[in-house]
Design a protein around this ligand. Structure first.
Ligand code: NAP
Length: 390
């Protein structure tokens, strides 16, 4: 089978830094004041009901042009909904959000393929399997070391660049403002694109240049200079949305107390049966900050144990789905993006099939997850010599 050429699909034909620098995607909403809220796009609900900006536009049209034009607008919006729904079929069946709308107006798909520890030689096939299964969101990072293979797979898939949500992350060694753009360019080059949909500060921890894990306390205690550089790269068009990862409430407020031009669009954190973080979830909802659930199955070390939890097996059996699908559905039903990782084709496909859990099952799982002492699967605090969670 021959794939269409990369140029036809919006990827850079020969990824190199020169190609990426001066060709940012135009961004019409840059001047708009940042709003700090997000909306869920649930496919069963009326598109307008979930999109206040669209509703306002339709209202204006109704006033000025009358009922016939409003009816035409409705037909148009219905068409747009079909065209932009991505995995509309899954959304319609699942009763769960397929996307969330960020303050920039961009729509982030609710289920992503995570690629941490997705080995070279396997990650490309996993990405292609995911795209065939309907995923349109890949969660990567510079430090995962596999962006070139991910980029090649994206080009070979034939899926247009603008249909895919690509996330990458700023590694701890590059928090100094002058180091950020070169490492963003490196990710762009490897992924073969000229913009990232989302770029996160990977950890609220800065390392000193050219050291293994030596902490740069100035940039760790005050991430504002790092953030300002990211804002600049949004203005340049290289990044469309910026966010944070592994930030607790104190660290979020330490950042947002500054006069930010762009507030963090998301916070990517560990959320699982083992570490459900209900307080952070509640606070984030109250403050309009979307969470992304990493290690949603308990990560490689605990996935087997997670899938054997009796209540999860019982819910899965009653609903005729798998334990992994119970967890992934639960995360989206909690109102977060979810990032399951797999390089096993059947699991990649399985993980994309989600469904709304009946309320009593959702409550049972929520209660079970909160009824034990929280335990983290990913915690480099000791290795790096910093209590990341304080
Ligand atoms: P995870 O998704 O909870 O678990 C991945 C493990 O589960 C792999 O061993 C995978 O095996 C297995 N698995 C996946 N689906 C399965 C299924 N349906 N049945 C049985 N086993 C299944 O853990 P994670 O990789 O730690 O986290 C997911 C993603 O979150 C990462 O890839 C990354 O994108 C992101 N993340 C971000 C951070 C951060 O600091 N921001 C930290 C950790 C993770 P196979 O691959 O062999 O199928």
């Amino acid at each position: 089978m021959s794939f269409p050429t990369s140029k036809q699909h919006g990827y850079l034909p020969v990824p190199n830094i020169e190609d990426t620098v001066d060709s940012p995607r135009p961004r019409s909403d840059l001047e708009a004041p940042p709003k700090y809220s997000y909306f869920e796009d649930v496919e069963e609900q009326e598109y307008d009901a979930m999109r206040p900006r669209k509703r306002a536009e339709t209202w204006k049209t109704t006033l000025t042009v009358g009922f016939l034009v409003a009816a035409a607008m409705y037909a148009l919006v219905s068409g747009l909904r079909g065209a932009f729904g991505g995995s509309a079929c899954r959304g319609r069946k699942s009763g769960l959000p397929t996307h969330y709308t960020l303050p920039s107006g961009d729509r982030i798909p609710s289920v992503a393929l995570g690629v941490w520890r997705a080995e070279k030689g396997k990650v490309g096939e996993a990405v292609k399997t995911a795209l065939k299964a309907g995923y349109r969101h890949i969660d990567g990072a510079w430090t995962y070391g596999n962006e070139a293979e991910v980029g090649a797979a994206l080009r070979e898939s034939g899926v247009p660049r603008e249909d895919i949500w690509l996330t990458s992350k700023l590694w701890n060694a590059f928090h100094a403002p002058e180091d950020i753009e070169p490492v963003v360019d490196e990710s762009l080059s490897k992924l073969g694109t000229n913009y990232l949909d989302l770029y996160l500060i990977h950890w609220p921890v800065a390392f000193k240049k050219d050291t293994a894990f030596e902490i740069d306390w100035d940039l760790t205690n005050d991430p504002y200079p790092t953030w300002q550089k990211l804002e600049e790269l949004v203005e340049k068009g290289k990044l469309r949305n910026i966010g944070i990862s592994n930030f607790n409430i104190r660290r979020i407020q330490n950042l947002t107390t500054n006069p930010l031009k762009i507030k963090p669009a998301v916070n990517q954190v560990e959320l699982s049966y083992w570490n459900p973080q209900p307080e952070l979830l509640k606070w984030s909802k109250e403050n309009g900050l979307l969470l992304e659930a990493y290690s949603p199955l308990g990560s490689a070390e605990r996935v087997k144990e997670s899938l054997n939890i009796p209540i999860v097996k019982s819910i899965a059996q009653q609903l005729g789905i798998t334990p992994a699908q119970v967890y992934i559905s639960w995360h989206v039903q909690r109102g977060t993006v979810v990032l399951p990782k797999s390089v096993t084709p059947s699991r990649v496909e399985e993980n994309f099939q989600i469904t709304r859990l009946p309320q009593r099952h959702f409550d049972q799982l929520e209660e079970a997850a909160q009824s034990h002492k929280p335990e983290r699967s990913v915690d480099p605090s000791e290795r790096w010599g910093i209590d990341i969670w304080n």
